[in-house]
Design a protein around this ligand. Structure first.
Ligand SMILES: Nc1ncnc2c1ncn2[C@@H]1O[C@H](COP(=O)(O)OP(=O)(O)OP(=O)(O)O)[C@@H](O)[C@H]1O
Ligand SMILES: [Mg+2]
Length: 208
């Protein structure tokens, strides 16, 4: 499977939201999609449990005790990393990933942690040798705020592939409650929100 790792040691930056919505995008497009949950809180697997039978099927793997192998199948594996992840585990996760997505919130605390994490990733061989790309996705952004402008500036400073912006939308927690993602809905609002995911989806398609 093509493997997408969503990671950032900062808690609450949107790893699970991004992992579950990505899964809904691939499953909705008719691809085989598996989520590997590395977080002991099992948020992604909880989302899967709530997922209605009528929604496009996503499979789950529990990687909390041991990291498993990437399944040898067609389709996409989305790996949902935990917060406060240790350096050794990050290195082990990177080994299992084809590409790495790092969400970041518009907050100086998140930005500082993210910068340190990006440096840590750069020190890892597969990333240093340009074998795996790391891209940054700005999350929970409220447009036209000073924090959003600072985050834009931060994004440029990272020198990483820019995956655009996911705005702060009340629909995300509502969908999470229902085991759904924006790609499971056909409402006008959901369709507009799906547009925000296009840079990330294009980035993944280009790497596959
Ligand atoms: N774009 C968004 N708009 C609105 N709410 C969001 C958005 N992204 C995430 N959230 C909300 O923010 C909270 C934290 O998100 P999430 O659980 O995805 O982060 P996480 O990085 O997986 O957290 P943890 O580090 O604890 O695993 C959740 O309540 C989620 O619904
Ligand atoms: Mg999470």
């Amino acid at each position: 499977m093509f493997s997408v790792l969503v990671t950032n040691p900062k808690g609450g930056c949107g790893k699970t939201t991004i992992a579950t919505n990505l899964a809904s995008a691939f499953a909705g497009a008719g691809e085989r999609c598996v989520i590997a949950d590395v977080d002991r809180q099992l948020s992604s697997l909880g989302w899967l449990k709530r997922r209605p039978d009528t929604a496009a099927r996503v499979e789950g793997l529990n990687w909390t005790k041991d990291l498993g192998k990437v399944p040898n199948k067609k389709g996409v594996l989305v790996i949902d990393a935990p917060a406060a992840v240790k350096d050794k585990k990050t290195a082990a996760l990177i080994k299992r990933a084809d590409i790495v997505v790092v969400p970041v919130l518009p907050s100086v605390f998140d930005q500082e942690t993210t910068l340190a994490f990006l440096k840590q990733l750069d020190a890892l061989k597969p990333i240093r040798n340009n074998k795996k790309s790391v891209a940054v996705l700005r999350n929970r952004v409220r447009r036209h705020t000073r924090a959003a402008a600072r985050l834009d500036f931060f994004m440029i400073g990272t020198g990483r592939q820019d995956l655009g912006i996911l705005p702060d939308r009340a629909l995300y927690p509502d969908l999470a409650m229902q085991g759904l993602g924006v790609f499971d809905l056909e409402t006008k609002q959901a369709q507009a929100m799906q547009q925000d995911w296009q840079p990330l989806l294009r980035f993944i398609e280009a790497a596959r």
